[in-house]
Design a protein around this ligand. Structure first.
Ligand SMILES: Nc1ncnc2c1ncn2[C@@H]1O[C@H](COP(=O)(O)OP(=O)(O)OP(=O)(O)O)[C@@H](O)[C@H]1O
Length: 310
């Protein structure tokens, strides 16, 4: 295991930010920490990095205990924090060179690494720009370049796509995939479930400082009873027929609003044919039909009783 966290407890006064938190990450993974605001993702990362004191528990990185003095491990780690942390007096190139210089003393080698990092995040035409001249998305890309230029083998990224434009978001996500393909293990926090689903090989869903479920997205979705969500466009649906649909085996919950029937179904059933057959038998014409698999929000909702997004 490249990361092994056991029984971590972190309190801020009376608030328990991490509540007996365990985590194992294997080399080569893109591991997602998914949870709503305040669930403890940033605190978990800061504890793993020894940036925060914790009350209890153990953190081991690269097979050895992590501590503020463990410089051997620190050299192999890249960190992209939630808040952009760059020097506003330095240009794009100077910023990346500065952060890379904390790890790589050799100037020639550093020049190569900095150039690679600039290409990597697509900031080639902005090398001489000061950060204040960059858009929010470009600034985030600079933040990433500063965190990864020294070619770390373990990268922590804390919500790197918050408030960025779609082009920069795609650039960032694609970049993370490439870093991973080049051998880096990535721990990625987000409260965007779609992003985590697309990117991560395994996901931990967090709530109130605890891991509520961990697995691949398929494993997580198999943990719940919620199955597909069926939507059928139809101009009219009398209430008695709606009740008949509700009574179909495997249909959990139905609603009809603005010409759209929505049926939430149980996992493992095939209720679409039964629902459409019933509409046909009742001579109710319908238009487009959609079927959506359960989302990680459904997983979160079923386990915690709350929506992932507040
Ligand atoms: N320095 C601090 N002092 C007191 N409470 C804190 C401090 N930092 C975090 N907290 C609290 O600890 C809990 C976990 O916060 P944390 O920032 O780790 O969550 P998060 O999942 O990263 O949230 P976000 O998505 O908003 O970054 C929250 O209730 C937060 O208010």
């Amino acid at each position: 295991m490249i990361i092994e966290v056991k029984n971590l407890v972190k309190r801020y006064g009376d608030l328990v930010a991490l509540d007996h938190f365990d985590l194992s990450v294997q080399e080569g993974e893109i591991f997602g920490l998914l949870g709503p605001n305040g669930s403890g993702k940033t605190t978990a990362i800061n504890c793993m990095l020894s940036l925060l004191h914790y009350d209890r528990g153990e953190v081991s990185l690269f097979g050895s205990p992590m501590s503020p003095q463990n410089y051997k491990s620190k050299q192999k780690i890249g960190v992209v924090m939630q808040n952009v942390a760059v020097f506003h007096e330095l240009t794009v190139l100077e910023n990346i060179d500065y952060f890379c210089g904390l790890y790589v003393a050799d100037r020639k080698k550093r020049r190569e690494l900095v150039d690679e990092a600039i290409d990597f995040v697509g900031l080639g035409e902005y090398r001489k720009f000061l950060p204040k001249k960059l858009s929010g998305g470009l600034l985030r890309r600079l933040n990433i370049a500063c965190g990864i230029a020294h070619r770390p083998s373990l990268i922590f990224m804390d919500e790197p796509t918050v408030a960025v434009d779609p082009q920069s978001r795609n650039n960032i996500l694609e970049g993370i995939r490439r870093l991973n393909a080049q051998g880096a293990t990535v721990v990625y926090t987000s409260h965007y479930m779609e992003e985590v689903e697309q990117l991560c090989s395994r996901i931990m869903i967090m709530d109130r400082g605890r891991a509520v479920a961990t697995g691949t997205k398929e494993e997580l979705k198999a943990m719940i009873r919620t199955g597909e969500k069926l939507s059928v466009e139809l101009p009219d649906l009398p209430a008695p027929v709606l009740r008949e649909i509700q009574a179909i085996d495997g249909v959990r919950q139905v609603s009809y609003q603005n010409g759209q029937l929505v049926a939430h179904c149980m996992m493992g059933g095939h209720q679409m044919i039964a629902v459409l057959d019933l509409l046909r038998q009742r001579q109710l014409p319908f238009g487009r039909v959609f079927s959506e698999p359960p989302t990680l929000n459904d997983v979160f909702l079923e386990i915690t009783g709350k929506q992932l997004r507040d």
